[in-house]
Design a protein around this ligand. Structure first.
Ligand SMILES: [Cu+2]
Length: 98
């Protein structure tokens, strides 16, 4: 009797070391202007480190989808997320703050 071979099945354990880095920390702000036709919104907001804004400011953002602007009005306190798309600051998510 010959021992032919021992096949070892290596189990690759995917230990997801990616602990929820998904930061959902939205930026606090207040809507000061909505330009639905241009798809733009002006928001006075607090510091937004992820966008490289250490201090609060008022600035114009492009809306990723102009339809999102229907959900907010001038004066609304909001929480939003934004990122730079082709060099333009773009709101990717916006919701009224409670
Ligand atoms: Cu800003």
């Amino acid at each position: 009797m010959r021992k032919v071979g021992t096949f070892i099945f290596a189990l690759t354990l995917c230990v997801g070391a990616q602990s929820a880095v998904a930061q959902s920390d939205l930026i606090d702000g207040q809507v000061t202007k909505v330009d639905q036709s241009a798809g733009k919104i002006t928001i006075r907001h607090g510091p937004a480190k992820k966008l490289g804004m250490e201090n609060g400011m008022t600035m114009v953002y492009r809306a990723q989808d102009p339809a999102m602007l229907k959900a907010v009005k001038v004066g609304n306190k909001v929480k939003f997320d934004a990122e730079q798309v082709n060099g333009q600051f773009t709101v990717t998510k916006i919701e009224k703050a409670k």
